[in-house]
Ligand binder design. Structure first.
Ligand code: ADP
Ligand code: LRH
Length: 499
């Protein structure tokens, strides 16, 4: 009988349950996707909230399907672990009751709270030197400040603040722990120690008695609650093991960089997370001026990276088409973009207006108008504009990283669902002028599974984990797009973002 683990990988647009089987010599990981679903934030009068119980039922469906698959295929399901997108959280009362629905991070209320916090701190640099996290209005710190402002009594009743994977682990096992990678993206941890910065929270007048102790990725949290085992027809012996509970932490753990020393990663999905892996955080003046984020990873590593808007832009263009009854899939949109004119319009993907949902095509046109460029009209022109601009932003960010590190980066590994967009891979390769390797697509689930295997004592650490990824999944060396505008477009992009 072979052993299996189950990754529940929840991105901001979709979730999946993937069984992983480790066997052979050298060890290889085999994946079996047993469940996949899409999900969306729900608009309410108090802002966008996540369909928490809907997502939970999908998790249970995934667990049930994994248990069935393992039974039918002679495998023993040993453990399950959940990773989610970053920053979102909930409060639990004394009995464990969730106090209010968790908001989706794309919530306009965070903006005012972010400004208030920055004023209280006397500027972003004071916050950055403590937490080392990029300024984004949706960081958990600002979300907590926003909610404390509108609903202070909720915090009186609260016993614990939980991040979403911690909550799902609690619902699976009954145990309650805070996993370090997901906590580290909140802007509430001390960048040097990786522990809660309680002094910061006190300074901001925010409660600290709701913070639990923090555990490492790979920690065995417990076993399935009897009720969960019963409803999913799974064994009550299945362990619940915290993976790198932040999806980006899991994805970067699964980057198959085994020989290179000068590599960077790009985790490509709803967001494009581009950065390097380090032993220690960097909060220098140059890092602050960009600013770059320092998040915690597997085996005590630090991810120095930049959050770039990513395929959110294309997701929103697709949603607009769907609303107009012109349903198109991503592959069709990419084909239209391939046929559109090269180098016509460039945007800054990180322009604040693009971060909120709705009217993406109009927002892109307004940006073009403001910067005196041709306005994209067709879906092909819009998608091409978004993809070329993302590629240029990757190049710019790599240069920024090099300036912080004081050394050059020769190889970019791109992982995640976004690598299914061939055109973006080709654009990225042309724009960055470095060697680009794509794969694996399911890096997040793979990282999640292998960290569980580490936690259960089957694997020793990150180097072994990456060897397994490299041995198990195909990688592709990308050929650059052949259009001749890239040198000009790089110049245009640099001008755009300094305006
Ligand atoms: P998340 O960050 O939500 O977990 P994923 O890693 O699953 O996202 O990546 C989803 C993105 O991948 C989609 O937004 C889409 O842009 C892109 N994508 C998925 N399938 C395809 C495809 N067949 N062709 C082109 N792009 C795709
Ligand atoms: C990517 C991600 C990213 C966060 C964002 C909110 O899914 O976790 O690392 O910053 O979602």
């Amino acid at each position: 009988m072979s052993f299996a683990h189950l990754a529940i990988d929840l991105g901001a647009s979709s979730g999946r349950a993937i069984v992983g089987l480790l066997d052979g010599s050298p060890l290889k990981l085999r994946l079996e996707e047993v469940h996949r679903f899409e999900h969306l934030p729900c608009p309410t009068p108090v802002g966008p909230v996540w369909d928490l119980t809907g997502i939970w039922l999908e998790i249970l469906t995934g667990l049930g399907a994994a248990a069935k698959w393992c039974r039918e295929n002679g495998a023993e399901l040993k453990s399950v672990g959940v990773d989610t997108w970053g920053v979102d959280w909930a409060l639990l009362g004394k009995s464990g009751e969730v106090l209010g629905l968790p908001h989706c991070y794309r919530d306009p209320q965070n903006e005012a709270a972010c400004q208030r916090v920055l004023e209280q701190m006397g500027g972003f640099e004071k916050l950055y030197e403590r937490t080392g996290i990029q300024l984004m209005p949706f960081n958990t710190l600002f979300q907590v400040a926003a909610r404390y402002h509108t609903e202070p009594k909720l915090f009186d009743a609260a016993e614990r603040l939980v991040f979403l994977p911690d909550l799902f682990h609690n619902w699976l096992s009954g145990e309650l722990q805070t996993e370090r990678t997901i906590a580290s993206t909140s802007s509430m941890l001390d960048v040097e120690t990786g522990e809660w910065d309680t002094e910061l929270l006190e300074k901001l007048g925010l409660p600290t008695d709701i913070l639990g102790s923090i555990v490492e990725p790979g920690t065995v949290l417990g076993t399935l609650r009897a009720e969960i085992a019963q409803t999913t027809n799974a064994s009550a012996k299945i362990q619940v093991i915290a993976p790198a509970a932040h999806d980006t932490g899991s994805a970067v753990a699964a980057v198959p960089a085994t020989v290179e020393t000068n590599w960077a990663y790009l985790s490509s999905g709803t967001w494009s997370l581009l950065g390097v892996e380090l032993a220690k955080p960097i909060t220098s003046e140059v890092a602050l001026s960009i600013p770059l984020t320092n998040e915690r990873g597997v085996d005590g590593t630090i991810r120095l990276l930049k959050n770039i808007a990513g395929l959110w832009l294309v997701q929103e263009l697709r949603r607009e088409l769907q609303q107009a009854g012109e349903s198109q899939d991503f592959a069709q949109m990419v084909e239209e973009a391939r046929r559109a004119e090269p180098g016509r319009t460039i945007i800054d993907p990180n322009y604040a207006e693009f971060a909120s949902p709705g009217n993406m095509s109009e927002k892109i046109r307004q940006f073009a108008k403001k910067t005196r460029q041709p306005e994209p009209e067709t879906i092909g022109q819009l998608v091409r504009c978004a993809l070329e601009s993302l590629a240029l932003c990757y190049d710019h960010t790599l240069q920024q990283l090099e300036s912080v590190l004081g050394k050059s980066i020769g190889v970019l590994h791109i992982v995640g669902g976004g690598i299914q967009n061939d055109l973006l891979n080709e654009f990225a390769t042309a724009a960055v002028g470095r060697s680009v390797i794509t794969g694996p697509v399911e890096a997040t689930a793979i990282g999640n599974l292998l960290v569980q295997a580490m936690g259960s004592g089957e694997l020793s650490g990150l180097p072994e984990l990456r060897e397994i990824v490299a041995n198990s999944f195909p990688r592709n060396v990308v050929k650059p797009d052949a259009a001749d505008h890239w040198a000009d477009s790089r110049g245009k992009f640099a001008e755009l973002i300094t305006k």
